[in-house]
Design a protein around this ligand. Structure first.
Ligand code: 13P
Ligand code: SF4
Length: 318
């Protein structure tokens, strides 16, 4: 796209945004041009809270479907738009409400902690919802003798289990295809090339579980390795004295890291860790969303009523 065309589109988007009293929320993995037009850019928890807090009437959600759905449930009076309906999530697709009901029947005493990367129907079957930013605190808020079903991400689940030392936690074997592909051997080989770098790992990563063992064994430097949500990674950089970072998450976040930290070097642990769903939102689609009021995300009332308690717990903790 030419520079002139791009600035024309951005100008139109701003005009329509004002006309419709809209706000643009964007996730840290979105395309650079989408990150640049966002009123709020952040991780899942930040965006869920921003959607609730805004006085705008329309929320254009530049992220994936479950995020827009969560915003719609938290703000039933606002219009939530997802510019591309195909922007899904392989992790959210790894468990259905029927599968969860069957799992609950096997563990009738357990409470359910669902990662935000789930459909509204799955949230409606859950007691607590969490994001990568507050999963540990949510589990810690549950009485120690209470059995837990944690879903759907096995890497996040085993990270939370290790940090909390929780024994009575069952973990669903789901994964995000993007993060599962970031392996410990890739991180180790990056460390050989960048021995002074700090390591930032998203807990959904395939390397997060093995990475913790490697840290415990001293194979990865514990003091320079951090397991963080995307938002906490960006916050961490504000205070870190290091100049070089190995980043184990979806590569879209590197744009923001470089923008906010000029002169520092950011290396992806796996340059192929690209989420196709997060790249579906483009400037022309954002403009169409505003002009044509599409695609409105609505959650049936019976589902959102049931999901509300779990989601409200998520936004109130951590
Ligand atoms: P964050 O909440 O850390 O932004 O993660 C969301 C996500 O989809 C990770 O793949
Ligand atoms: Fe889903 Fe993975 Fe994409 Fe995040 S990176 S939205 S978990 S597919």
């Amino acid at each position: 796209m030419s520079v002139a065309k791009k600035s024309e589109l951005i100008e139109e988007i701003q005009k329509w945004k004002t006309m419709r009293n809209a706000i643009i929320l964007a996730h840290n993995y979105e395309l650079p041009e989408i990150q640049d037009i966002a009123d709020v850019l952040g991780d899942s928890l930040t965006l869920a809270r921003a959607g609730m807090a805004t006085e705008a009437e329309v929320i254009v959600f530049c992220g994936v479907h479950f995020m827009a759905e969560t915003a719609a449930m938290l703000s039933p009076d606002k219009t939530v738009l997802l510019p591309d309906l195909e922007a899904g999530c392989s992790l959210a697709d790894s468990i259905t409400a029927a599968q969860l009901r069957a799992w609950k029947a096997e563990h009738p005493e357990a409470v359910v902690v669902a990662y935000v990367n789930t459909t509204a129907e799955v949230k409606a079957e859950s007691d607590y919802c969490c994001t990568s930013s507050n999963a540990v605190q949510i589990v810690e808020s549950i009485p120690e003798d209470q059995e837990i079903l944690f879903l759907p991400d096995m890497f996040l689940g085993s990270y939370v289990q290790r940090v909390t030392g929780r024994k009575n936690m069952h973990i669903w074997m789901g994964e995000c295809h993007v993060h599962a592909g970031i392996r410990a051997h890739q991180v180790e080989s990056m460390f050989k090339k960048h021995p002074d770098a700090e390591l930032l790992v998203h807990p959904e990563c395939g390397c997060s579980t093995s990475g913790m063992y490697l840290m415990a064994e001293g194979a990865l430097p514990k003091s320079r390795s951090h397991i963080l949500s995307t938002g906490k990674m960006l916050n961490h950089l504000k205070h870190s004295p290091s100049d070089e970072f190995i980043v184990a998450t979806e590569t879209g976040i590197l744009y923001q890291m470089e923008k906010q930290n000029p002169g520092k070097q950011f290396v992806p642990a796996n340059p192929e860790a690209v989420c196709p769903f997060m790249k579906m939102t483009t400037l022309p689609k954002v403009l169409d969303a505003l002009k044509e009021n599409k695609h409105v995300i609505n959650v049936p009332k019976d589902i959102s009523e049931k999901a509300k308690r779990a989601i409200e717990r998520m936004v109130s903790i951590g």
